[in-house]
Design a protein around this ligand. Structure first.
Ligand code: N1C
Length: 246
């Protein structure tokens, strides 16, 4: 009858909206040996399921971070802002550097969208609005970035864009969260690599780098290197070690 059809529609819609996200999460997670991916999925879901998608704070993901903590990789950690594609191509070739997207939590959720709804036990992956600050996706990246930056040590590299007028944005996740968590003497230096694709709109003398240095913890050495996209890519064919290229 009508109820049966309705139920069928509801179940189909649920499966179509939920399954692909879980499947992607589990498939990507299984590339990392030694983790209970079903359990991670359930811990992940608890952060946002049944909640107003404007009311999921960073802290909602604390249990997820605790279930798959980041491990320090001294001298090999790479951060970025407004240069995601550039860095991802670079990382594929120069495997020695570690970005958040290469870790378990970063990789399972990269490029995905998710949210819940009050009074519902579903995960939606479409029509998740990101207007409010405490949306499930934004809060995840802020929380994960904080935890990833907390374990940074040694020489840290950040790739910024020379194609914009203000390469350091204090409101970005890099500027507002990661940078502030680098602590001396655990972190020895911050190496900015400023990469320009076409015509550079900024260089290392850009005033925004003064703001950056003000936010940088005392005792951490700062340096900045300008590169074209091709110079940066040549760097990626350098040896397996994270040896000097900038
Ligand atoms: O706000 P951003 O960059 O400065 O954030 C980048 C910074 C990196 O150093 C990463 O460690 O924060 C981390 N990070 C991611 O790894 C990440 N993957 C995908 C932050 N955000 C990430 N995303 C998505 O891109 C997420 O939706 C977030 O809002 C954007 C950040 O882009 P941005 O402004 O270029």
């Amino acid at each position: 009858g009508v109820i049966g059809v309705l139920l069928g529609v509801i179940i189909t819609v649920t499966v179509v909206l939920t399954l692909p996200l879980k499947r992607t999460f589990i498939r990507r997670c299984e590339l990392f040996p030694g983790y209970d991916c079903e359990n991670l999925w359930s811990v992940f879901q608890q952060a946002y399921v049944g909640k107003d998608p404007c009311n999921v704070p960073m802290e909602a993901y604390d249990p997820l971070i605790a279930a798959a903590p980041f491990k320090p990789a001294c001298n090999r950690m790479m951060f970025w802002s407004k240069t995601k594609d550039l860095v991802q191509d670079f990382i594929k070739k120069r495997g020695c550097f570690l970005t958040l997207e290469k870790t378990l939590l970063g990789s399972v959720l990269d490029d995905l969208s998710w949210c819940g709804e009050e009074g519902s036990s579903e995960t939606f992956k479409r029509f998740c609005r990101r207007k409010c600050e405490n949306n499930p996706v934004g809060s995840f990246w802020r929380r994960a970035s904080a935890a990833f930056a907390d374990v940074a040590c040694g020489d840290v590299t950040t790739v910024l864009s020379g194609d914009i007028e203000t390469p350091f944005d204090p409101k970005s996740i890099f500027g507002s969260i990661e940078l502030k968590r680098f602590k001396s003497p655990r972190v020895r230096s911050l190496k900015i690599v400023l990469v320009s694709r076409k015509k550079a709109l900024s260089n290392c003398m850009n005033p925004s780098f003064q703001d950056l240095q003000k936010e940088l913890g005392p005792g951490i050495t700062y340096s900045c290197t300008e590169m074209t996209e091709s110079q940066f890519n040549e760097c990626s064919s350098a040896p397996e070690t994270c040896g000097p290229c900038w």
